[in-house]
Design a protein around this ligand. Sequence first.
Ligand code: PEP
Length: 251
Amino acid sequence: MRKKIIAGNWKMNKTIEEAVELANGLKREVGGCTEVDVVLCPPFTALKSVSDIVSESQIAVGSQNMSSEDEGAYTGEICHTMLKELFVRYVILGHSERREYYKETDEWVNKKVIKALEKNLRPILCVGETLEDRESGNTEKVVEVQVREGLKGVSADAYTELVIAYEPVWAIGTGKVASAEQAQEVHAFIRGIVKDMVGAEAADAVRIQYGGSMKPGNAAELLSQPDIDGGLIGGAALDVASFAGIINAAK
Ligand code: PEP
């Protein structure tokens, strides 16, 4: 049985003061939750404060990006050592916003995935098609390339650590959620690719989250699908009641 994982991607939102308020509220509401893995991914500036708040709870902390390099002259970047110092356990990699605005390629994302695993951080690898891809019948082709390239060179035993987030780009922040059937179909497809790449055991173990306008009202149906093992949440992660509502739906 795969344990569900609900992660909140706060993106470029929340000052330290606001992040502290949100983290305290979530600790109160879901800090003792053991049935579901709960991960908060605040902006870098709030990582320390959020880490301190959730340190004595069941909630884990993740970052929204990580450099593929160890250290050095990479202005504006953050490396694994800096994240681990703040007790970060998960790293979101290859989010569609980074692919689109910062031109991150599959090859680059793969370097980050490999680095994260090597340093005992758990990657959340994001994949997903654009509306244009879907409408032109290319969803599977696009997702397959992102999965195969993003996870190139990853050993079968690492699949218990890493998480794949299927996030149809057309559903992110748009209020247009994929139907449970549409999402399940792609999740099963991704699991099939993993099986083909590294075998049935790893495919069975890997957790695949859905992301794209997940809310308390649609979470239960999405999360009841056999291959949907959690959610990567943007907008609804910015509010205690809505994020806690999704976690409760996952229980
Ligand atoms: C995301 O960006 O990862 C995301 C799923 O955003 P939203 O929930 O706002 O669609």
